[in-house]
Design a protein around this ligand. Structure first.
Ligand code: MG
Length: 281
């Protein structure tokens, strides 16, 4: 299989992602898909979507779960609303994540992913930590029965915190979707160093860039076009090669779904990645 095929984070009707038509126009061969809204996760829509992907020659590599009520407005809001950490919504979201995994299965996709949220640093014995641990195992086991892996998006934990959690969950279909910019945006650590530490768990990646905040961890850093931030894309790709990752390079850009702007920005990112690929691969 081709090494480092380009990908984009795409969406049909939910979340920020590139429209399928834009991906196709730019000649992108793979996508990760933001899970469509519950009401549209039907067999009929799945068939239509698969036919469209087929026609466009695009391969679906991962379905990303997301939930109603999540907000990335600022770091405290993110802590309160994202993923499976908030207790009030945990059971319902766990059930929905399993439904999303089942929908991904209909789409023939063997990877599902999500932002778990801010995992507490406390460790085993703390009811909050144990609660998140248990639902993560539950979802892993559901995915296992579907023949799928579960990938956790990085950024909200330090590399060490994430390693501890992955070890505690102790499931062999649990991996990492590495997002270097998130480490900077959340202020959780230097991304290249983190990638070396958790490299053996990395089975999918985002290509995204960002700049550090003045007060990292207290306020957001800024997400910027690929190559204009502080990740260091050449170092990023060299490190991916070093850890033996040659899967899709999925571009993620958190801008509104305006086709012209998406085409220009994603087009620029593709150019950069193709140039670096030819130098580094
Ligand atoms: Mg990401």
């Amino acid at each position: 299989m081709e090494k480092w095929p380009i990908g984009v984070f795409a969406s049909i009707d939910a979340g920020l992602g590139v429209k399928l038509e834009v991906a196709h126009e730019l000649g992108v061969p793979t996508i990760q898909l933001h899970a469509p809204e519950k009401s549209t996760r039907t067999q009929e829509n799945a068939d239509k979507f698969l036919a469209k992907l087929n026609e466009m020659g695009i391969r679906l590599t991962c379905v990303f779960g997301g939930f109603e009520g999540e907000s990335y407005a600022d770091i405290p809001t993110t802590q309160k609303t994202i993923g499976l950490v908030p207790e009030e919504t945990r059971a319902a979201r766990t059930a929905e994540m399993k439904e999303i995994a089942d929908f991904a299965k209909i789409l023939g996709c063997d990877v599902v992913a999500l932002h778990l949220g801010f995992i507490p640093h406390s460790g085993i014995g703390d009811p909050l930590y144990d609660g998140v641990l248990n639902v993560t195992r539950e979802i892993c086991d559901h995915c296992q029965a579907n023949g799928q892996s579960l990938h956790l998006e990085t950024g909200q934990e330090s590399a060490d915190g994430l390693l501890q959690f992955l070890g505690d969950v102790d499931r062999n279909n649990l991996f990492v979707n590495f997002d270097p910019a998130n480490m900077i945006l959340y202020g959780t650590g230097e991304p290249i160093e983190a990638l070396r530490k958790i490299g053996h768990f990395v089975k999918s990646v985002h290509c995204k860039d960002g700049t550090w905040a003045d007060n990292p961890g207290e306020e957001w850093g800024r997400e910027v076009p690929l190559g204009e931030g502080q990740v260091g894309m050449a170092d990023y790709l060299k490190t991916l090669k070093e850890i033996g990752y040659f899967g899709p390079l999925t571009i993620e850009r958190e801008i509104p779904q305006e086709p012209e702007r998406q085409k220009a920005e994603i087009g620029g990112a593709i150019e950069l990645l193709n140039r670096l690929k030819s130098e580094i691969l």
